[in-house]
Design a protein around this ligand. Structure first.
Ligand code: ADP
Length: 384
């Protein structure tokens, strides 16, 4: 079957078409692309973007029709703890979750409606970034704040990057030949946004992002964990500072960018190699924060069988992986330096034979995961 994978932003639409055999993992990519500048004079809205997409697909797929669409949706709140086949109420429910993801959910809704309008009979599936973390126990997802915060505004920890953490966990278990339901690990998804997840018996037990994707690790432009008093203190001291502006500072002008002057890991590593002290400090801060999480999560899952690196930094930044693992000797973690330095696009082991915990690099592929989930729901019994 042909599955169209859609990732909608407010002014962009990223797509991929995959061909899948029933029961197979994620199939092969037939075509992919990006439609930008939605909202401009050329492409007025998502409906027009869909017209353009349909024309492109007509060409690129030699007239073959697609069988289903799978959408990436950032926030599923407490409603969606697994991928959902779109029916009468689904799109409205995602729209109602918009206060939790004001930039992302409205864009996904526009994409869902546009696809529905263009191809009314096409089965659609939503795959949520938060869903994998729906298994976190209550003592993990709660914040110790007045109950009203949760009751009125849904303030709790949700976690993100779930599609990637879930996929990578499955790949790692398969690589090690361990049944997933008996596999516990720590997954570090390190891209521009970064999060680390404690996986216990194949399911998410804890994760570093929280109510929003700002929490946890030191990221490209985000602070990660911060004493909340910092927010009230700076708001009080600078009368010009609005919550919106501070939001932008914490999300877009912090992290590696604030410390090293660049958000990009490659650039920061190169600067550190040239002896730039701020770049070196930024790397130490990011590595220390991650190592601290790995130690905590090793305890949370009662001893992880593996530490798994994924995404742009996790898959490619060998010196950064070494920096993190050097701090994890107390867990018995030992890297094989040659295996760590070797470049590959495959799932691989980078730990030494005497390491107490396996260390793996697993390439993530969120589109593949979305396509697989879509095919499973559309062809499975749930589709009727
Ligand atoms: P996003 O969260 O936007 O999907 P990615 O997963 O693509 O991000 O990761 C982007 C990060 O990966 C950037 O910081 C980039 O510098 C880093 N990265 C990519 N390739 C390398 C490399 N070869 N060495 C070090 N860092 C890399």
């Amino acid at each position: 079957m042909l599955v169209l994978v859609v990732n909608c932003g407010s002014s962009s639409l990223k797509y991929q078409v995959r061909e899948l055999d029933p029961g197979a993992d994620g199939g092969t990519v037939l075509t992919s692309g990006l439609i930008e500048n939605i909202g401009s004079s050329r492409i007025a809205d998502h409906t027009q973007a869909l017209e353009l997409l349909a024309e492109r697909l007509e060409d690129e797929l030699d007239g073959r029709g697609i069988d289903a669409a799978g959408h990436r949706v950032v926030h599923g709140g407490e409603l969606f703890s697994e991928p959902a086949l779109v029916d009468g109420g689904t799109i409205g429910a995602i729209e109602e979750l918009s206060p939790l993801a004001p930039l992302h959910n409205p864009a996904a809704v526009l994409g869902l409606r546009a696809v529905q309008q263009k191809w009314p009979q096409l089965p659609q599936v939503c795959v949520f970034d938060t869903a994998f973390h729906g298994t976190m126990p209550e003592h993990v997802w709660r914040y110790a704040v007045p109950e009203e915060f949760y009751e009125r505004w849904g303030i709790r920890r949700y976690g993100f990057h779930g599609t990637s953490h879930d996929w990578v966990t499955g790949q790692a278990a398969q690589f090690l030949g361990v049944p997933r339901e008996r596999f516990s690990c720590v997954v570090a998804h390190l891209g521009n946004g970064a999060s680390v997840t404690a996986v216990k018996d194949g399911r998410s037990y804890d994760t570093s992002m929280g109510y929003t994707p700002l929490a946890g690790l030191v990221m490209g432009t985000r602070t990660g964990d911060l004493d909340p008093s910092v927010v009230t203190a700076v708001l009080r001291r600078d009368p010009e500072l609005t919550p919106e502006r501070l939001d932008a500072v914490l999300n877009k002008e912090s992290g590696l960018r604030a410390v090293a002057g660049d958000h990009d890991m490659r650039a920061v590593q190169e600067a550190a190699e040239r002896g730039d002290e701020r770049a070196e400090l930024a790397l130490e801060m990011a590595a220390y924060r991650l190592a601290k999480y790995v130690g905590g999560y090793h305890v949370a899952v009662d001893g992880a069988q593996a530490l798994v690196f994924t995404a742009g930094i996790g898959e490619n930044a060998a010196p950064f992986r070494a920096r993190v693992c050097d701090r994890l000797g107390a867990l018995g973690i030992r890297l094989d330096d040659d295996a760590n330095a070797a470049r590959s696009r495959e799932t691989r082991r980078i730990s030494a034979p005497d390491s107490a915990v396996e260390v793996l690099v697993v390439p993530t592929d969120e589109e593949q995961a979305i396509a697989a989930a879509t095919a499973a729901l559309v062809t499975g019994p749930a589709a009727g």
